[in-house]
Design a protein around this ligand. Structure first.
Ligand code: GLA
Length: 388
């Protein structure tokens, strides 16, 4: 079985010492797994994500000059930028995250001192577990830590989201940054993306999720994500005009939406149907989890996948193969693609007693299908971004 990359904290610290000649403090931010509520965050909807124990790490130390020196182990690149003159563009994508976060923190009035940062990570890049939000969150935490500042986690999340919008060019919702910064360990959260209210959801012991990476890398800045967002905006604008009392998709019912099928046109109608049905599924999933009903939860995951594939059209053959293989495997309650889509991972809800058997079967089937053994990971709850 393909081994999971693990960052060795001792080695990271010693690499930092040899690069920068001083002692670092270590920070880390987890990856994000979304149980349910996909493409609902930017639609003022509900989501139910949690964190998992794969991390982006930063070793950090303040420096006297007002600049940030940053090295990435993964990309084997170093970059330096002055805190006084940060502008988007001109650097490798991973550096843009560091610059973006530093810029937005300062723009929101936080006085940063200079810092030396060494970054390493365990989360598959572009794999649907939000490696980018994890990177933003750990950089924000490290820069604030170096500057002796403590900031409310949700505020940090909002600043990271701005960095993603303004420096990475992805018009993402708030789900990933919110969960990575603010979800308590051993819980998922039900996040109301309109009010930003967080409800911690204790996880039943038997809830066992298996992540399998299709290996298809997505680039959410490519345009498909932005296009889905604007199709959703188009549809809800029309519904607001026609239906008094509709502010967002949570106020729209299936029969109400059906009246506008022709007027909306096929694609906006389908996108809206996903937003409406997925909003309902978050509510249903919450009851299923509260009642410990894994069969019901599994069906909800399958329905979510079908909607993401057929109505939202953000799946791909590889994800569909993984999902289909999982649901045909005994010991799996349900499965779906996770994250923004166009590649990345699936999550499958598995009977914990059968986890290794199920994992072996799915991994073998996918290796035969794609010619490559996929990365897989059992979700394990993790603390939010902070000191390691
Ligand atoms: C990406 C975005 C999130 C969310 C998901 C889809 O992960 O960053 O804001 O929209 O896609 O649910």
């Amino acid at each position: 079985m393909r081994a999971q990359k693990k960052v060795d904290s001792e080695k990271l610290a010693s690499r930092f010492r040899s690069l920068f000649g001083k002692e670092p403090v270590l920070y880390r931010a987890p990856g994000r797994v979304n149980n349910i509520g996909e493409h609902t965050d930017y639609n003022d909807g509900f989501v139910m994500p949690m964190n998992t124990a794969v991390y982006t790490w930063v070793a950090a130390s303040p420096r006297n000059e007002p600049s940030v020196r940053v090295h990435s182990v993964l990309f084997d690149e170093t970059f330096e930028f002055s805190l006084d003159a940060i502008e988007p563009g001109g650097a490798s994508a991973w550096v843009e995250y560091a610059k973006g976060v530093a810029f937005i923190l300062q723009d929101q009035g936080f006085e940063l001192t200079g810092a030396d940062l060494l970054i390493d990570g365990e989360i598959p890049l572009g794999g649907g577990l939000s490696s980018s939000a994890s990177l933003e969150a750990v950089i924000a935490t490290a820069l604030l830590g170096c500057s002796g500042l403590e900031v409310d986690p949700m505020k940090v999340a909002l600043m990271c989201q701005r960095a993603e919008h303004e420096f990475a060019g992805v018009p993402c919702g708030i789900m990933d940054q919110a969960v990575i910064c603010a979800c308590p360990e051993d819980h998922a959260i039900r996040l109301d993306c309109r009010s930003l209210e967080i409800k911690p959801i204790p996880l039943p012991k038997e809830l066992c999720l298996l992540v399998v990476d299709s290996g298809v890398k997505h680039q959410l800045s490519d345009g498909g994500y932005r296009q889905r967002r604007s199709e959703c905006d188009f549809a809800i604008d029309l519904l607001r005009k026609r239906e008094p009392g509709v502010a967002s998709y949570r106020d729209v019912t299936g029969p109400m939406l059906a009246k506008y099928e022709t007027e909306l046109g096929e694609l906006p109608f389908r996108r809206a149907r996903h937003a409406v049905s997925e909003t309902l599924r978050v509510r249903e999933a919450e009851s299923a989890i509260a009642g410990g009903n894994l069969e019901a939860l599994g069906k909800i995951l399958n329905a979510s996948h079908a909607s993401l594939r057929d109505d939202f059209m953000v799946s791909c053959d590889e994800l569909d193969f993984l999902q289909q293989t999982a649901v045909q495997t005994s010991g799996v309650y349900g499965s779906r693609m996770v994250g923004g889509g166009f590649g990345g991972c699936t999550i499958s809800l598995v009977d914990p007693a059968k986890l290794e058997e199920v994992r072996g079967l799915i991994v073998a089937a996918y290796a035969e299908y794609s010619g490559q053994e996929p990365w897989s990971h059992r979700v394990k709850s993790a603390a939010p971004a902070g000191l390691a």
